[in-house]
Design a protein around this ligand. Structure first.
Ligand code: PHE
Length: 360
């Protein structure tokens, strides 16, 4: 009996087996086409849901003759399990692909430059010049000394051999300070140069001495190349046997290590605290000596004042001027910054305009 049922055209077992084959083919085709979640879910409910084809088919096993049930039940279950795991695999692949895509889209690229939230600060051009110059002199054995910006008239002028009412004071338009205790107005000044530090350092340290003194100085003066507050560095070297040759050698080597190799010349000049005195020029940094706006067509720019320390200063600081000699120099840092970066106006340095400062 079992033979006639399994081979006949109306055999329900054969019908189910055939239907299983068609379903399987249909399933494979749909699965191959499925591209998204919705399509996969639809396959799931079409085949395995409560009203899915395979669910219905499992149920129909109950209608088979009892001897066919275990065989067909098993066949259907096997197909069901196979297809279900195929679908699961496809769903998992799909999920994995989605996760990859998501990761790729949101990936943190560690090689990208960071986004700066705050602009980074930098050393001010004048301070930079000050540090560089201090470094050069430090390598030549100079150490750094300082003095007050509100200075006694005595140190700013008198001890530097400017007698009261001496016309040389006119070179330096002075801010006088009226102290709260009502002392004579002319006793206190905003220092007009860093030279008073020469006196303070020699009083303190005696000879031999080798110092530089950077700092702010003040003069009642303002135009494109003058500011009421500006910066100088004082240079002082006192020892046995120091001559004008040392002055020339030291200053020339400073200028050339700061600005690069170029011509330097010494012109006689007057400052009451040196004898002899000189002004020092170098070949213009802008035109290299051909003549331009910066050097007023001369090819030379003045960059410092210098001279041999006047014996009167040494003696007044208790240094034997028969045994010791020295040289001194003073240079304007703001001017050097102008030359260094080819600026036309001193005020650029004091406006705190980041658009300008960031170009330097
Ligand atoms: N103190 C002088 C000035 O400010 C410069 C100077 C310093 C000159 C030392 C000679 C020696 O003009």
């Amino acid at each position: 009996m079992s033979e006639s049922i399994s081979s006949g055209p109306t055999d329900p077992g054969a019908e189910i087996a055939q239907k299983l084959g068609t379903l399987r083919a249909e399933f494979e085709a749909k699965l191959a086409e499925a591209r998204d979640d919705a399509a996969l879910q639809r396959i799931k409910s079409d085949f395995f849901g409560p009203k899915g084809e395979l669910t219905l088919m499992s149920r129909s096993v109950g209608q088979l003759p009892s001897e066919q049930r275990p065989v067909m039940g098993k066949a259907i279950n096997e197909v069901k399990r196979a297809l279900e795991s195929e679908l699961d695999r496809k769903i998992q692949d799909h999920e994995a692909r989605k996760r990859d895509e998501e990761l790729r889209r949101s990936r943190l690229d560690m090689t990208l430059p960071g986004r700066a939230l705050h602009a980074k600060g930098a050393v001010h051009p004048v301070a930079r010049v000050m540090y560089e110059i201090s470094d050069i002199f430090a390598r030549m054995g100079f150490s750094v000394a300082t003095g007050p910006e509100v200075e006694l008239d005595f140190y700013n002028f008198e001890a530097l051999n400017f007698p009261p009412d001496h016309p040389a004071r006119d070179m330096q338009d002075t801010f006088f300070v009226r102290p709260p205790d009502g002392r004579a107005i002319k006793d206190l000044v905003l220092r007009t140069h860093t030279s008073p530090v020469q006196i303070r350092a020699m009083e303190r340290q005696g000879a031999p001495i080798r110092i530089i003194a950077p700092g702010r100085v003040y003069r009642c003066d303002q135009d494109a190349t003058h500011s009421p507050m500006f910066h100088q560095i004082e240079v002082l070297c006192v020892d046995e046997g120091v001559s004008f040759a040392h002055l020339k050698g030291t200053l020339t080597s400073f200028i050339q290590s700061f600005f690069g190799s170029r011509g330097v010349r010494f012109r006689p000049s007057f400052f009451p605290f040196v004898e002899p005195g000189a002004e020092v020029d170098m070949q213009c940094t802008m035109c290299g000596g051909e003549g331009c706006r910066i050097c007023k067509q001369t090819g030379w720019v003045e960059i410092l004042g210098a001279g041999m320390v006047h014996p009167v200063l040494l003696e007044s600081c208790g240094i034997d001027s028969e045994r010791y000699t020295g040289f001194a120099a003073g240079l304007g840092l703001d001017r050097i910054a102008l030359l260094r970066w080819g600026l036309d106006e001193l005020a650029h340095l004091y406006r705190s305009d980041v658009r300008f400062l960031s170009q330097i």
